[in-house]
Design a protein around this ligand. Structure first.
Ligand code: DOR
Ligand code: ZN
Length: 349
């Protein structure tokens, strides 16, 4: 049995830092494990321009502890009125690494999102020309569509059309939760990749709804039935490199204070950053795929984003590691992913 694993330093290709004190409180958890992270722009107000993103990046950089090296990669929040020139300028200047499509009202702070995907086709055309990555929250928001069907429906209604209309646009189908999404990504060209969160590899919807409602297992897209979880695990850990390389690590770590989760209208989001690598590695070990973990965590994402892989390494050791029930944050508490559980791996640096 392998006792220790050293891999190239990974990156987190999708997460939420928020802003202000919360941001300053959560950035160190990510900077400890990861070299870079794609930072979501769903602040209030959202990060819609190059200027806002550059300022936000400065605030994040200032929150990185002195002894850590970490680079935030910024995203532009697309709206019905995004200016393609500003986006292209920001990307050209190295401020934006990607742009994010939130269908309006799909999730936390998405009310300024896109009301009709076709409205931003001119922006997508420019992104295709300039080779700017499009990150997608792939859920329809129509009230007649069941919440468990919203991802599959997004593929049918929008994603097929997007990739057909813009065949050279690089698209990340983010935090996928269904076998439908896995099949879509597998069948798509190399321009299409997907991130997978730790929670969607660990839990199905029972973990949210059985034995009382479990707000700390609630995120969007919601966890689906077991068959979907198994499809995600098979994709992430696939022994076929042509399949595996399309899928990469993106925690979707999304801090919400305990009180906002344990509420009559609890917020969507799971705070995965404190135990991100331990959580993923547990899955890869269960699937007999520890040797494929480095590709998922540290190689596939940089290859897709056309960025260099990191030169430093990190090590995880097989040590029983209890996860705290809660962590202090801004004078309150936050419940981390795997709270109260004992993991078999520990990040040692
Ligand atoms: O669960 C989620 N939380 N899903 C998202 O898409 C957004 C995120 C957040 O910002 O809290
Ligand atoms: Zn997210």
């Amino acid at each position: 049995m392998i006792e220790s694993l050293t891999i190239r330093r990974p990156d987190d290709w999708h997460l939420h830092f928020r802003d202000g004190d919360i941001m300053r409180g959560v950035v160190p958890y990510t900077a400890r494990q990861f070299a870079r992270a794609i930072v979501m722009p769903n602040l209030t107000p959202p990060v819609t321009t190059t200027a806002l993103a550059a300022e936000y990046r400065d605030r994040i950089r200032a929150a990185v502890p002195q002894d850590m090296r970490f680079e935030p990669l910024m995203t532009c929040y697309l709206t019905d009125t995004t200016d393609p020139d500003d986006l292209a300028r920001g990307a050209g200047a190295g401020v934006f690494t990607a742009a994010k499509l939130y269908p309006a009202y799909a999730t936390t702070n998405s009310s300024s999102g896109v009301t009709n995907v076709e409205l931003i086709y001119p922006v997508l055309e420019r992104m295709e020309q300039d080779d700017i990555v499009l990150c997608i929250h792939g859920e329809v928001t129509d009230h007649d569509i069941d919440v468990f069907d919203r991802e599959a429906e997004f593929i049918d209604r929008h994603l097929n059309a997007i990739v057909a209309t813009f065949p050279n646009l690089r698209v990340v189908f983010e935090h996928i939760t269904t076998s439908d999404a896995v099949e879509f990504v597998k069948a798509a060209s190399d321009k299409v990749g997907a991130t997978i969160t730790p929670q969607h590899l660990h839990i199905n919807r029972n973990a949210m709804l059985v034995g009382g409602i479990q707000p700390h297992n609630y995120c969007l897209p919601v966890a689906k039935r077991e068959t979907h979880r198994l499809a995600l695990r098979a994709a992430a850990t696939s022994s076929d490199p042509a399949i595996a390389r399309k899928f990469f690590l993106g925690t979707d770590s999304a801090p919400h204070m305990r009180g906002d989760k344990e509420s009559a209208c609890g917020c969507a989001g799971i705070f995965g950053a404190p135990v991100a690598l331990e959580s993923y590695l547990t899955v890869f070990e269960e699937e007999g795929a520890i040797d494929r973990f480095e590709a998922f965590a540290s190689l596939n994402g940089p290859a897709f984003y056309k960025m260099p892989v990191n030169q430093e390494t990190v090590t995880l050791e097989r040590i029983e590691a209890p996860v705290p029930e809660e962590l202090p944050l801004v004078g309150e508490t936050i419940v981390p992913w795997h709270a109260g559980q004992v993991l078999n791996w520990k990040f040692v640096g």
